[in-house]
Every structure is written in C-alpha cells, then in structure tokens.
Design a protein around this ligand. Structure first.
Ligand code: BGC
Length: 727
C-alpha cells in the first residue's frame, strides 16, 4: 500500500479557508480536468447545447481545470460562470499544449535544441506564452523534457534529444520562458514538465511501450531534466503513460513521492497524462478503476486528466474510511494555489483586446525566423555548393515537400495556421531576388511514387544551374502515436534523389524532418545537406536565409544520426563494453554488415566558415567533490565568414565502482566569432557534474582520474586530466 504523506504542501490561509467550506464533491470536481472546447465546425444549436452542458458542470463545481478551450471570449464566458454562478465562486484554469508556439509556430523542440542556445529558446517560449495567455490559456503542457535515445519514437520531435545535460539546460530555459518570475502577469503562464518520467525510454521506440531501465539510468539519464525544471521553479508536472521496471509512472511511489516530493521538495501540481491513472488497469497494476484512482491520489497525482475516475470513485473511498480526507485536501490545495499563482482569484478574466493585437505579431514572426535559422544544421557541404551565389541563375526546386505549409509547422503546432506558414518555394522566391528563376517539380509524394514524377523532375533539373532537393518527413510522421519502425528516407524519395544525383548537377538537399533519419545515400551523393527539421511558421524564409548565406548555419545535432535503423538505439554516451569495437577483430562489439559508428555524431554540425579549437587548459589539476574546475580554450575562425561555433566540453570517468559512459557532455556555449578572429571561452564546472547514481539511487562523486576534452562535436579527443581527491 502506498504511503499517503507528503512532506510539504505550501499552506495559504485564503485557500485553506476555501477548502474548509468545500463539500467532498466540490473538492473532487477541482481534481477533475475535462475538455472545455467548442468545435468550430459545430452548428449554432450544437454549440449552445455544449455551452450549457459545460455551464452546468462549472456551476456544480464539477470541473476545476479545462483542456482544449481556446480564445479569450470563450474562456472568459466559462470563467464568468465559475466566478459568478458556482457556489464558492472559485475561478477555473485553462490548460493547452503550447509546445513550440501558439499562433506563431517556432521550430519543433528537437530543432530548437539544435540551436544549443538556451537563451533563444527562453525567448521563443516567452513569445508562446504572450500569445497563449492573451487567448485565455493559463497553463501549458510544456516543456516536454523526456530524454530519448531512439529516433523511431515519434515523440523525439518534442524532446531536446538524447542528452540529459543539454536537455536540463534547455528544460530550465523553457520554464523561465513560459513562467518568467511571476506567472500571474499577462504575458506569462504556468509550465508543466512532462512526462514524468522515462517516457522516452520506450522499448523499440514504440509509443506508450514498456520502459525497463536500471535505477542508475533512471537517475542519470531520465531524471536530471525534471530536476532542472523543479530547480527553475516549474509550477506543475505531468505523470507519464509508461511503466518503469514494472511500476507505472502514474502510480509510482518512488518517483512521485520519494524523489519528486521528498527529495526535491516539489510542491506544485502533478497532473496525470490523458487518463494515465485509469490506464493502471490495462497495465495490470490496479484491479479496477476505483483502485487505480486510489493509487493515483495516494501517489500524489493531484489532478486526473480526462478520465473522470477521481470524481467517480474517490468519494466512496473516503466515505468508507479507506482514503484520508487529508490526502484529498492536499491535492485540492495544490490546484487552488496554482490558480492563485496565476492571479486568477484577483483577476480571473483575459483582456480580449490583447488577443487580436498579439497573435502572430511581426516581432514574434521575426523571432521565429531567427530561431529557425539558428536551429539548422549543415551536415555536408562539398565543392562549394552552398551558399548559393547571389547572381542571375536558374534553380530547380524539387521534392514532395517544396510547397507544403502544414508539414513545415511540425507536430503539436498549437493553433498555428497553415495559411500563415511560409513554405520552401515561397521563402526562396522572396529571398532570391528577381534575377533568379525557380522551377519546381514534385518528383514523387512523400511516401509514394508519382506517374512520370522522376522524369519530370529530371527535365527540370537538367535546365538548372543548381538543384535543391527538399526531402524528408511529413508532419504526421512524427509526434504522439507516430513512431516508425524504420528511420530511413522513404524509398520513393530515395529513388528520386538517386535519379537527380545521376545528373551530376550541383545539388543541395534540404532535409525536413521530425527526427534523426538514416540517410547514408544522401550523405554520400549530395553536394550539400541542410538539416532544416520542421522549422515552423517562418520555414521558407529561414531556409532561404541559410541557403543564400544571409545567415551562416551554426546548429549542432542534439541526437545521433544513425547509418541504419538496425543500429538504433545509438547514442554518443554509451558504455565501452568489455570488448569495445575494434577494426579487424571479429570478437569485439560490432556488426558484420555495417560500421558501428554513427553517420553523424551527437554535437556535429558544419558552417560556411571553419573553426579550430586549441590551447585547452584545465585548472586546478586536483579537485575535491565540492570544488569547481575551470576549462578554457581558444576558438579561432579560420575561414572567411563570420560564424558561430558551439564549444562542447566532454568528460570520461575511466574507472569507477560502476561502469561509466565513454564520454558525457558537461558544458557548452555557442559563440559568434568574426572571420580571422579568436575568442577565449572559459567554463566553470562544478565537480559534482562528474558524479553519478548507483543502483540504489544514491549519488556519488568518486576519487580518481577524470579525462576531459573540448571540441566542436562529441567525437573530440579527451586530452586533459584532472585528479579528483577525497574531501
Ligand atoms: C499527451 C500529452 C498531452 C496530453 C494533453 C497526451 O496524449 O501524451 O503530452 O499534454 O495528451 O493533450
């Protein structure tokens, strides 16, 4: 039986007074989240009927928070019923999935992570908060901060990639961007770190699948992003769908009570994912929905999203004396305090005039364009194909995604509008100027051949000076419930690409994707590859800025690109094994049909200029567990254009009481360096960063040697040494 205690729930006299007046039914209503949307396609009669159904539930105090209600007017109408017509006049809160923008859509989160620029990500989240809050959304189900090492998982698009350290820096930035220092302000909202926890560890990359990992991996890989969100003051957490080693995350006493509440002191709201507490039944963890509800509330899942089982079953459990009222009160207190932090008791309504003024504002679009181009990764650039020359020329723009507006927005695109997105063709036309002629051909569909498609594409390419091939994935090939068994480029696109490469024209690929893809043929045969991801509302402009060199790309991969799906899971911070792969020795850990190495490693990305990283130093050479070391390097732009380099520090603990990864990121900074100039970059690294958790969940920093290296990707040499000594 799960313990029913929490070490701290912040007390608030006003809230306590309200709780004292609430009936049990009202309390459970406030722990119940339901849909509050009205479908735009419904006729007036259906809309009125839906509205009166919602009104009745609010009046009865049967719903405390809503998902799916949009627009200042609609949410104000629902709020008015809550604060004027319900018995205790308690305001309701409106939540939505504002993941990478609300109306102005930013690049998908995986792409934003490729900027390696937490400060820009923070600004992007702030814009999302400005637009969403102005439209009546108080609470976002973001940041999504699951760590994922398997690109088959469709939700990798929503993550910051495969690394816990990069992910933690970004998690904190996103929380700051959404919440600011006061979520009651008209341009801020409450964030929700999700999905707690280890949802990204799904076996086979299949969504919702089983997660079976060691306690050490749970602590060192999957928990750090959530700890960073808690330290940044996140107001809420969402408990995940998956199980972890036999115990579902939404009924997991260890992660929800021991770690989150007791060790980390988190006193914000925990909400279930969509019916994830009810799903304890199909998991085989609860005998029926009543038991599932009791487990959920005892674990400290305060709000039940969408299933209604708290409301249906918990009253009887309290009345039978099986569930202490104190436990219900704790959760009610947290949800009321969330609404207090949002300022809703003092100011329940949204100012309608802000809504129209702020949606898609010009400065929001400008930031979206900036973030999108910062997120692009130059994977290959040979024989000077890119940047495109600014001269009179004929460009063939070929591929199934050249005119898609929906796909460039990516998964979970808020209330972003297709018609407001700039597609690749449009963007190129507007940036290229009048001297450039652009001919277009589809060549194929994303997943199917087109009759005469390749012939037509070849004809267009033959007449061109340069060919641009826009290939990749549709929006609906990644995201929730969109896992792929294969991460290869679909065959019809591969056939198209090969036919174009055979023409031996200068050819650059624009890769639009929601996940790392396996693209060995493109890597071998294309002249250049720009990884554009799904870049959001300003896609076409940002892509054109990069192709024409108006912006020098400097993004780096936040997740490994494999050579083949068969290598997956493939990630840079793997263990060494007792038989590390070695050329020419059959009895080492590798494959007989493909190399063991990635196609492009984590942290990789080129530029139109070149950099050298030199003169690395570390001091002191001996440090204690409570100490700090300083690593410094010189970064020189050895090329002819100004550009950005992401300086990355990796370390390895070569011998410990538990095997350690071959390397791990421990610091990074994206710096701009003018052509021909050098900059010194220094990092202060606390020694605790070299610690790890054992399989009882205890953290240790062990004495011994630490190897360090600084470079422009994760394949860098680890030539520096520091000796950790006993405190
Ligand atoms: C997803 C969550 C999301 C929720 C509400 C679930 O299916 O897993 O990420 O916040 O739906 O839309």
């Amino acid at each position: 039986m799960v313990r029913a205690e929490s070490p701290r729930v912040a007390s608030d006299p006003d809230v306590d007074q309200l709780i004292a007046q609430m009936t049990l039914a009202e309390k459970l209503g406030h722990l119940n989240q339901m849909g509050g949307g009205i479908s735009a396609t419904d006729n007036p009669g259906a809309k009125a009927a839906r509205m009166s159904e919602l009104a009745e539930q609010i009046r009865a105090g049967a719903i405390g928070t809503f998902i799916g209600a949009h627009g200042a007017e609609h949410t104000n109408a629902l709020q008015r019923i809550a604060v004027e017509e319900s018995r205790l006049k308690i305001p309701v809160a409106f939540a939505n999935d504002v993941i990478h923008g609300y109306r102005t859509i930013f690049p998908i989160p995986l792409a934003e992570a490729a900027t390696w620029s937490p400060e820009w990500i923070e600004k992007a989240c702030h814009v999302a908060a400005i637009e969403a809050r102005a439209a009546g959304t108080h609470w976002t189900y973001a940041p999504m901060i699951d760590v994922c090492r398997d690109p088959r998982w469709g939700r990798i698009a929503e993550t910051a990639g495969e690394d816990a350290f990069l992910g933690a820096e970004i998690a904190a930035a996103r929380v700051r961007g959404f919440q600011g220092d006061d979520p009651s302000k008209a341009d801020r909202m409450i964030a929700c770190a999700k999905h707690y926890v280890a949802y990204g560890g799904a076996e086979g990359g299949r969504d919702y699948n089983t997660v079976d990992i060691s306690l050490s991996t749970l602590h060192d890989v999957h928990l750090p992003t959530f700890k960073a969100a808690v330290d940044a003051g996140v107001g809420s957490m969402m408990s995940a769908f998956n199980e972890i080693g036999g115990v579902p995350a939404s009924g997991n006493e260890y992660t929800l009570r021991t770690v989150l509440r007791e060790r980390w002191g988190f006193d914000g709201v925990v909400i279930s994912d969509w019916a994830s507490v009810r799903e304890l039944v199909p998991h085989g963890f609860a005998v029926d929905e009543a038991e599932a509800a009791a487990i959920g509330i005892r674990c400290g899942v305060d709000i039940d999203m969408a299933s209604g089982i708290y409301q249906k079953f918990l009253a009887a459990a309290v009345e039978r004396g099986e569930l202490p009222m104190r436990l219900i009160d704790e959760s009610v207190r947290r949800t009321l305090i969330l609404r207090k932090k949002l300022g809703l008791f003092a100011n329940p309504y949204t100012d309608v005039s802000r809504e129209t003024a702020l949606q898609g504002a010009a400065e929001h679009r400008a930031l979206a364009r900036d973030v999108a181009r910062r997120s692009m990764v130059l994977l290959k650039n040979e024989s000077g194909v890119l940047p495109l020359a600014r001269k009179a020329q004929r460009i063939a723009l070929i591929g199934p995604l050249v005119e898609s507006k929906r796909d460039v927005l990516g998964t979970w695109a808020g209330v972003g509008r297709e018609e407001e997105a700039i597609d690749v063709l449009q963007g190129l036309k507007s940036v290229a100027g009048a001297d450039v002629t652009i001919d277009r051909a589809l060549g194929c569909e994303v997943l199917a051949a087109l009759p005469n498609g390749i012939d037509e594409a070849k004809r267009v390419a033959q007449n061109a000076d340069v060919v641009l091939l826009a290939l990749g994935e549709m929006e609906m090939m990644s995201g929730e419930g969109h896992s792929r068994a294969s991460v290869e480029l679909p065959q019809p696109q591969l056939d198209l690409a090969n036919a174009i490469f055979d023409l031996k024209k200068p050819t650059a690929v624009i890769l639009l994707t929601g996940r790392p893809l396996s693209i060995p043929t493109l890597a071998e045969r294309a002249g250049a590859i720009v990884l554009a991801w799904h870049p959001g509302s300003e896609a076409g402009h940002a892509i054109a800025d990069v192709l024409f060199g108006d912006f020098n790309p400097g993004g780096k991969l936040p997740a490994t690109f494999p050579r083949s799906t068969g290598q997956v899971p493939l990630y840079y911070n793997h263990k060494n094994t007792g038989r590390p792969p070695s050329e020419g020795n059959r009895f080492t850990s590798k494959y007989i049909d493909i190399p063991w190495t990635p196609l492009y490693p984590f942290g990789f990305g080129l530029s139109y200029t070149s950099f050298s990283i030199s003169d690395a130093t570390v001091s002191p050479l001996e440090a204690r567990a409570d100490g700090v070391i300083r690593v410094s390097v010189k970064v020189t732009n050895t090329g002819k254009r100004d550009g950005d380099e992401v300086v990355q520090v990796y370390y390895q603990d070569p011998a410990a009481t538990m095997t350690r990864p071959v390397r791990q990121l421990c610091a990074f900074r994206r710096v701009s360096v003018a052509a021909g100039r050098s900059e010194t970059v220094s990092f202060e690294i606390p020694v605790t960063r070299f610690g790890f958790h054992d399989n009882s969940g205890q953290f240790r920093v062990e004495p011994g040697e630490i190897r360090l290296g600084v470079g422009g990707d994760s394949a860098t040499e680890l030539g520096l040494r520091v000796q950790l000594v006993k405190s």
